[in-house]
Design a protein around this ligand. Structure first.
Ligand code: APR
Ligand code: ZN
Ligand code: ZN
Length: 360
């Protein structure tokens, strides 16, 4: 018997989302049914409803979630009913060319549930293969990562997407290490997480750059040692001043704009690293003098999902949180109900929140 539950659905491009009764199958082979407890509102959910990802409407939104395993399908090992899990969109296959080379965090063939959830008999496309603005959702077993159940669901769920992207941009992709100087462009949820990741990794100087003074104040709470309001001063000059004229070891772009990518590019020291974790739109282009790319040496990298490996990173980050070494509560700007997702999108667009989190 399939389950009938409430879920937040985007039915067509640009239209406000609505709460619908959807059908969630019992878990089949390799699948688990999740009793969702909390799910954060991420930019990607809004991008789906705007048709910016693909046209496979209707979408079941939500993907930054934590919950309890309610039922396990045939052949599932390592998960049991009642386990507290964070959902991930990188259930590694173990067989693709990247997994075979020992780089599962780049897996090119990640798993999702095989069976489809439905609305009025029509297949739903779950956001990032998850779909967790719903009382229950169906995922592949590898998409559910068991963590310490002492963490609150609304906090734990954030590790499933945006906060992981930012922490990982610093810790995994940027390889920030003890004594480094770092600049982070954009201090939303992702940028603030990159600031925290840099602090955790032992960075000595952490410079937050934003055009919103409130965001800069918040950035200090996550570990920024310096702030720059780039609506008022040239951030490249200001970063040079803070770093004895040299620039930073690692510059992290957490917005997804050509202008801030260029600023990040010019803010780094010789042989430094630039990490792009902000997601650009398909029309954006950058122009850089090739001699500068060559002459400055170093590394230009992109960070997909913070190059995380959920089985390695999620339990570790939750443990650091429970030990008081990782600030996560501060990312939760508000908790809301399923019926407030549309309003949360508007708050996100107006830059009023780091994260709105749906509690179920
Ligand atoms: N210069 C500096 N800061 C800027 C600029 C700019 N030109 N434009 C916007 N910002 C700041 C905003 O003031 C805000 O604080 O960037 C921050 C962006 O934060 P959010 O909108 O909250 O976005 P966030 O959730 O952090 O995601 C950032 O990462 O994963 C991607 O899709 C996501 O592309 C998005 C990016
Ligand atoms: Zn793989
Ligand atoms: Zn997301």
């Amino acid at each position: 018997m399939a389950h009938q539950v409430k879920g937040v659905v985007a039915k067509s491009k640009g239209e406000p989302v609505s709460i619908e009764t959807i059908e969630v199958p019992n878990p089949g082979s390799g699948e688990v049914l999740i009793d969702v407890k909390a799910c954060g509102v991420c930019h990607t959910d809004l991008h789906y409803r705007e048709g910016a990802i693909n046209d496979e409407f209707p979408f079941l939104l939500g993907h930054e979630a934590a919950g309890l395993v309610e039922e396990v399908g045939e052949g599932v090992t390592g998960l049991a009913v009642g386990d507290f899990v964070i959902l991930n969109w990188r259930a590694v296959c173990g067989h693709c060319r990247s997994c075979r080379r020992g780089r599962p965090w780049n897996c090119f063939s990640t798993h999702n549930a095989t069976q489809k959830m439905k609305l009025d008999g029509k297949e739903l496309s779950p956001a990032l293969g998850i779909g967790a603005f719903a009382e229950k959702t169906l995922v592949a077993a590898g998409q559910a990562t068991k963590v310490n159940p002492e963490a609150k669901p609304e906090v734990a769920g954030l590790i499933g997407c945006g906060v992981m992207a930012g922490l990982g941009a610093a810790m995994n992709t940027g390889q920030v290490s003890r004594g480094d100087s770092v600049a982070v462009f954009g201090c939303g949820g992702v940028g603030d997480a990159a600031i925290e990741g840099s602090r955790l990794a032992g960075a000595h100087t952490i410079i937050a750059v934003d055009i919103d003074s409130t965001k800069l104040e918040w950035a200090k709470e996550f570990g920024a040692t310096h702030t720059i309001d780039s609506s008022k001063v040239d951030p490249v000059e200001a970063i040079r001043e803070i770093t004895d004229g040299n620039g930073v070891d690692v510059a992290i772009e957490a917005i997804g704009l050509p202008i801030t990518y260029e600023q990040a590019f010019y803010s780094r020291d010789l042989a430094g690293t630039v990490v792009l974790v902000g997601v650009p739109n398909p029309e954006m282009k950058i122009e850089l003098p090739m001699i500068e790319i060559f002459g400055r040496g170093g590394t230009l990298k992109s960070s997909w999902y913070g190059d995380c490996l959920p089985s390695r990173d999620f339990p570790m980050l939750i443990d650091l949180y429970l030990q008081g070494r990782l600030e996560l509560d501060r990312f939760v700007s508000e908790t809301i109900g399923l019926d407030e997702v549309e309003e949360a999108f508007h708050k996100m667009e107006r830059g009023e929140v780091l994260r709105s989190v749906v509690i179920l």
